[in-house]
Design a protein around this ligand. Structure first.
Ligand SMILES: Nc1ncnc2c1ncn2[C@@H]1O[C@H](COP(=O)(O)OP(=O)(O)OP(=O)(O)O)[C@@H](O)[C@H]1O
Ligand SMILES: [Mg+2]
Length: 229
């Protein structure tokens, strides 16, 4: 019989943790592998961040990521939401994988892998979600079959109504940034596959865009300093 994950409280789930993918602290959540009756799931708990950050920002981050996972329920390269035990935590399907820049056991055929990655990113965009943090290579995982899995949707940007032109413009820019992650990852693992058609981040919004990006990173740093010890 398969496990009914929504029967478990956060405390109960945490007692079944077998691997720590990421230890929380500062503005970062705990990310834990949970094993019950031989079945696996992944718990992301914003309660693992520093107290003030978890208290004030945790529910918002959790809500954003759950919203994106719900929208992407039909997309196979993104984990599915299994339960939401508290306002600061959620449980998702586990995908056996390694981070793309830390491969040890799995050795994908790179040309095929990058075709699949492009299709995966196009698929989440077609479902109305721009990922927004794919340039961080820890968010692209590789399965034993050489398939991509995209995780960590907390920074996502959702597509609005067709009449909402500013939203559409932003969504388009963020989608391009997602695709530029392919070029960045290629440069780390298979430089020779970069071609003229690959998207380079600097070309998307020009210098003003990169300045805005720098400003965003600055805000993030300040808020981390204010909210975390
Ligand atoms: N559904 C999943 N299946 C398998 N592994 C996962 C899953 N979700 C997360 N992981 C692992 O946990 C790591 C951290 O997850 P995630 O990126 O969501 O958290 P994070 O707090 O943003 O971490 P980071 O700051 O390192 O990106 C991933 O890089 C991956 O190795
Ligand atoms: Mg991440």
């Amino acid at each position: 019989m398969s496990v009914n994950w929504s029967n478990y409280s956060l405390e109960q789930l945490r007692t079944h943790a077998t691997v720590t993918f990421r230890q929380g602290g500062g503005s970062r959540p705990d990310v834990l592998l949970i094993e019950i009756d031989g079945e696996k799931a992944v718990l992301k708990d914003q309660g693992g961040a520093d107290k003030m950050f978890a208290l004030l920002v945790g529910p918002l981050l959790n809500w954003r990521e759950c919203k994106a996972l719900n929208k992407l329920n039909a997309v196979s390269c993104v984990p599915n939401l299994l339960s939401k035990p508290t306002s600061r935590s959620f449980l998702m399907t586990y995908h056996e994988s390694e981070q793309i820049t830390r491969l040890e056991k799995f050795h994908p055929e790179w040309p095929e892998f990058f075709d699949k990655l492009k299709s995966a990113i196009d698929e989440i965009h077609a479902a109305g979600v721009a990922h927004n943090d794919l340039r961080n290579p820890t968010n692209t995982l590789v399965t034993p079959n050489g398939d991509p899995v995209l995780v960590d949707l907390v920074a996502c940007f959702c597509q609005g109504q067709a009449w909402n032109l500013p939203n559409r413009w932003m969504f388009n820019k963020f989608s391009q940034v997602d695709l530029s992650a392919i070029t960045k990852i290629k440069s780390r693992v298979a430089k020779e596959l970069i071609t003229d058609t690959d998207i380079v981040a600097e070309d998307i919004a020009g210098r003003p865009g990169m300045a805005i990006k720098g400003f965003g990173q600055w805000i993030r740093r300040i808020s981390r300093k204010l909210f975390t010890g």
